[in-house]
Write a protein of this length. Sequence first.
Length: 336
Amino acid sequence: MKPTDFAKALTQYLSVYLPGQRNVSPNTISSYRDTFKLFLSYCKQGKGLTIERLGLSQMDETLVLGFLKWLEEERNNGISTRNQRLACIHAFFRYIQAEHPTGLLAFQKILSIPFKKAQKPTVNHLTSDALILILAQPDLSTRSGRRDLTLLSVLYDTGARVQELVDLRVRDVRLDPPPILTLTGKGRKTRHVPLMANTEFVLRQYMTENYLLENGKLDRPLFVNRQRGKMTREGIAFILDKYVSKARSASSLIPEKVTPHVLRHTKAMHLLQAGVNLIYIRDLLGHVDIATTEIYARADTELKRKALEQAYPNMVSTDLPQWNQDDDLLEWLTRL
């Protein structure tokens, strides 16, 4: 069977354009791939279209809108997920309109599909006591427990995204003063994050125990699973959830849902509460725009309360009469 123009364009986009010309990360390519896997599933199941015969001439605004509706109603995806899928589709048709100008009008109608406005979620983070309680759960008498404590300590102390932690190799760790971890984030951007003394200590102990400080180990993953393979995002989430569940049974301080990204939020909030400048927090987290980092300042009600107390000290007197001891007031209320 002769390949369709859509099959050729999508293959070229995913296997040549994105990695070769845009130099995007494998994780980004996977996100685009997953979007089009879902899109093709919708075309086959929801519209009865034959994938082998699907062509660019069938790609129109109605088909894409139907796909987005299917995501929300059939797959129960939220607005943020819906918008992420739409962003991937926009990017593909922005590329394809230059390669196939005959369909320019239909492609531009797809590009004009707007993103839905979504309510901005609150910034979930842990208190210092809650974090200490979670980090106290791993059993340090076992090898896996010591690994888990090191992993969670590094995840919090560096404010790393979970994929950045997964991608860490031995060569990314510098334990000589000043100890630094090199993280590779979105868009292949690298940043150097200082390690605090406690984290440097447990990390050195972990690397020594696992013989990672020896020559020839520079390209080994920093954290591995029981099969000695590279840790996965799901594996890290499972480890965190295990200790969160244990800590929750011992205290009500632990929120209902704690993900690896919550530790990243927690680090940012703790730095902010300690008076660290937003510029430094932005650089530590690897944000491109400081506006992204400002969400932590907007979310911290304790800092707002302290700022108001400093701006308006003792404006309301605490030396007020007790109304329940005022006989005249009580008599008036009774008559009322």
